[in-house]
Design a protein around this ligand. Structure first.
Ligand SMILES: NC(=O)c1ccc[n+]([C@@H]2O[C@H](COP(=O)([O-])OP(=O)(O)OC[C@H]3O[C@@H](n4cnc5c(N)ncnc54)[C@H](OP(=O)(O)O)[C@@H]3O)[C@@H](O)[C@H]2O)c1
Length: 267
């Protein structure tokens, strides 16, 4: 039986993940993190029928002192996520990261600490299976089309940019082939910022507006033709749950860091 602690257990994504773990006979939810509900039982906070007591804690230190777990699921905020991940790794826990906003440099440090402690981290900018497919299709396209840019859409409250989904996509596409940029950004006449941010050599444009959830467009162009690969998420956190359960089942199959859900999927 895998013992799991969910950081962000009362949040939009973390509450759905917590409910799915409670219903899964191969896993047990031993606790959660939420500052607002510190000391309460998750069952009461989420009005669940399940009889199990799931204590909530305000900090990872507090949780590690009071409950046992093998795997930390991290779905909080970028300001606290790295601290939670590193604290858990140093105690030999395995970690699954959904929280966005961590940089490639953060992940280099996380990988080092995971290896030093002989444990593992799986980080995915998006745990939805359909998004994993977009990543795969975009990687195939980038092999043949050396001109592309990414647009990242989210609601106006999203604190980090680009989204974790887009940061991971840019990281992965840059490994396939960095795009050609016909007019170098520094030679752009006018306002260079309008050409977007250069992330791993790729131009990324983040749009933050009400009425948007999370969408991604990877736009490829060749002379006389274009290809647009687009993924849209709805308001439900349900698509992420399956991917996180798959990650829990596979986190023991490697050591160190893996980025992207597809790294543990069979294609
Ligand atoms: N990779 C993916 O597939 C995926 C999917 C969905 C979301 N996400 C990412 O997951 C993160 C959470 O998203 P969300 O929409 O679920 O956010 P949310 O609804 O605001 O939930 C955040 C959760 O984290 C807790 N939290 C925040 N700061 C904390 C702290 N300092 N210490 C302990 N707990 C803290 C909150 O509880 P308290 O406020 O009570 O502390 C709450 O339970 C975001 O970075 C989002 O981009 C990733």
């Amino acid at each position: 039986m895998k013992k799991v602690l969910v950081a962000g257990a009362t949040g939009w994504a973390g509450s759905e993940i917590s409910k799915a773990i409670l219903e899964n006979s191969e896993m047990t939810l031993t606790g959660g993190l939420s500052r607002a509900h510190n000391g309460k039982n998750l069952k009461e906070v989420l009005s669940l029928k399940n009889n199990q007591t799931v204590p909530l804690f305000d900090t990872i230190e507090n949780a590690m002192e009071h409950v046992d777990f093998d795997i930390l699921i991290e779905f909080t905020k970028p300001q606290i996520a790295k601290h939670n991940i590193i604290s858990a790794l140093k105690k030999g826990k395995k970690v699954i990261v959904g929280t966005s906003g961590l940089s490639d440099e953060d992940y280099e440090e996380i990988e080092k600490i995971a290896l030093e402690n002989n444990t593992s981290v799986l980080a995915a900018g998006n745990f939805a299976i359909t998004m994993v497919l977009l990543q795969k299709f975009a990687e195939m396209a980038a092999q043949y089309i050396p001109n592309y840019e990414i647009i990242d859409y989210a609601d106006e409250q999203k604190i980090d940019a680009p989204s974790g989904t887009v940061a991971e996509l840019a990281f992965r596409l840059s490994k396939v082939q960095q795009p050609n940029i016909a007019v170098p950004i520094e030679e752009t006449i006018g306002n260079k910022a309008t050409r977007g941010a250069t992330i791993n050599g790729i131009q990324v444009h983040s749009v933050r507006l009400p009425g948007h959830i999370i969408s991604v467009e990877t736009i490829f162009g060749l002379k006389g033709e274009k290809l647009i690969l687009r993924h849209d998420s709805t308001e439900s956190a349900e698509p992420y749950v399956k991917g996180v359960l798959l990650a829990i089942q596979n986190i023991e199959t490697f050591k160190g860091l893996k980025r992207g859900l597809d790294t543990i999927m069979q294609f």
